[in-house]
Design a protein around this ligand. Structure first.
Ligand SMILES: [Zn+2]
Length: 113
């Protein structure tokens, strides 16, 4: 039995045209939905930045959190450099790395930043 899904809300965003074209090309090439990718990104930002996120509060006391994950834009102290299937090399947080691995988007983890 599948769970009932929450109805989606259609919205409009403004995106730089070349960026949007490349994003669309990547989504087509990797057989992914543009909407699902954007929704996942939004969900990740909300998770990372939502008030009361224990991980975020804890990290403030751990030390250097000035590295920015390219994907969720969250600030972390433990980013790794990742080479993606698309050719992009970017600093990525553990959660986004897991997300990308699940979707087979990771070509190689290059190591700590
Ligand atoms: Zn991230």
């Amino acid at each position: 039995m599948t769970e009932p899904s929450i109805p989606k809300k259609r919205t409009t965003i403004y995106v730089e045209p070349n960026l949007l074209r490349k994003f669309k090309e990547i989504c087509i090439r990797e057989e992914e939905s543009m909407s699902q990718n954007i929704e996942s990104y939004i969900a990740r930002v909300v998770t990372v930045h939502d008030k009361g996120n224990p991980q975020l509060r804890l990290e403030r006391f751990i030390g250097k959190v000035n590295q920015t994950c390219y994907r969720c834009k969250g600030h972390f102290s433990n980013l790794v450099k990742v080479k993606y299937a698309s050719g992009l090399v970017a600093d990525t947080c553990p959660e986004c790395l897991e997300y990308a691995r699940e979707r087979k988007l990771v070509k190689k983890v290059l190591g700590a930043t």
